[in-house]
Design a protein around this ligand. Structure first.
Ligand SMILES: [Zn+2]
Length: 94
C-alpha cells in the first residue's frame, strides 16, 4: 500500500510506501516524515499513486486553488474505493 501525500516544503504531491518512514522530495529536497504529514489517499500500488498524484496536480492547477476541501477529499477516497471494487470485479486478463 502507498500513501499519497504532499511535501510540506514545496506542496508538490508525491507518494510513499507505507513502510517508508522518510521520503526525499524530488523537487525541493525536503526530507518528508511520512508518518507526520496528512495522507490524502491510500492506494494499492505505485501506479495508482502516480496516477492520483498527476490528477491531483492537474485538478488544483485547473481549479486555481491551493488545496482540496474536506468534501473533495472524501469524494476522492470514496471514488477510489468504488473504482477499486470495479477493478477487482473484472475477470483476470488472459
Ligand atoms: Zn518539496
Amino acid at each position: 500500500m502507498y500513501h499519497v501525500l504532499r511535501c510540506p516544503g514545496c506542496a508538490i504531491f508525491t507518494y510513499a510506501d507505507r513502510f517508508e518512514r522518510w521520503k526525499l522530495c524530488h523537487v525541493c529536497g525536503e526530507v518528508i516524515n511520512v508518518k507526520a504529514v496528512p495522507h490524502y489517499l491510500d492506494v494499492r500500488d505505485y501506479r495508482d499513486a502516480e496516477e492520483v498524484v498527476n490528477q491531483l496536480e492537474d485538478y488544483l492547477y485547473i481549479s486555481g486553488r491551493q488545496d482540496l476541501s474536506q468534501n473533495e477529499l472524501l469524494t476522492l477516497r470514496s471514488e477510489y474505493s468504488s473504482w477499486l471494487r470495479l477493478q477487482n470485479a473484472e475477470p483476470p486478463a488472459p
